[in-house]
Design a protein around this ligand. Structure first.
Ligand SMILES: NC(=O)c1ccc[n+]([C@@H]2O[C@H](COP(=O)([O-])OP(=O)(O)OC[C@H]3O[C@@H](n4cnc5c(N)ncnc54)[C@H](OP(=O)(O)O)[C@@H]3O)[C@@H](O)[C@H]2O)c1
Length: 189
């Protein structure tokens, strides 16, 4: 079955953006960039991959899920047009190349997608959508940045206390201090 993978950059204190969506403090230069771009090429915006001459062959992901705020902040009508893009919003409407906006329950959409053939499903974010989909996440790929934000948008929005165990399956530490950790959900029982 296809996995739902939450792949995101996060600060040491658990934020994916500042309180007003700030992301300029994230390190976007250094040795981690080449490693990440090569391994997770499917997650680059299509125009960025084209500019860098990086092929996007959908070897890892063929679908991406975004909350409305994450989609809106990018400012592009179809940011990942090499993928099937699904944007969740109860207030916004529209469509673009390879992109649909839906008010459907994200959990139902994910359960349906998991029954279809295909590559893994990338949960891009943000924190609100991740909180809604937390129980459906099979794998986490966290790009931990050597930063404290103090406050901001949490990796998992607002969730009640509910410990869930994941096992680390791969960790790559870069000279910049960015650490990419891949974790899979430990089966219940
Ligand atoms: N560091 C990273 O790797 C990373 C990755 C992704 C995003 N981000 C950042 O995260 C921030 C956005 O995160 P966020 O938590 O504010 O928002 P978000 O999860 O991106 O979007 C929230 C919006 O999505 C819609 N939504 C959420 N749950 C829904 C549901 N159950 N059904 C239907 N629609 C639903 C709602 O839109 P409506 O109000 O229109 O209904 C809601 O207001 C941005 O600043 C972005 O840059 C960072």
């Amino acid at each position: 079955m296809r996995e739902l993978v939450y792949y995101a950059a996060v600060t040491l204190d658990g934020f994916i953006a500042g309180p007003h969506g700030e992301f300029d403090a994230f390190l976007v230069e250094g040795d981690h960039m080449d490693g990440i771009n090569a391994r997770f090429a499917d997650t680059l915006p299509t125009v960025a991959a084209e500019a860098l001459g990086i092929a996007q062959e959908r070897t890892m992901f063929d679908t991406v899920l975004m909350g409305w705020n994450t989609y809106a902040v990018g400012g592009l009508p179809s940011p990942y047009r090499h993928l099937r893009q699904i944007v969740f919003s109860r207030t916004q409407h529209g469509e673009a190349e390879n992109l649909e906006i839906t008010a459907e329950d994200p959990v139902e959409v994910v359960r349906r997608l998991k029954q279809e053939d295909g590559r893994a499903i990338w949960l891009c974010g943000g924190g609100a959508l991740a909180a809604t989909l937390a129980d459906e996440i099979d794998r986490l790929v966290l790009k931990r940045q050597p930063l404290l934000f103090g406050s901001g948008i949490p990796l998992f929005g607002d969730r009640p206390y509910h410990p869930e165990r994941f096992d680390a399956v791969d960790t790559t530490a870069y000279g910049t201090g960015v650490v990419v950790t891949e974790l899979v959900r430990r089966p219940a029982g």
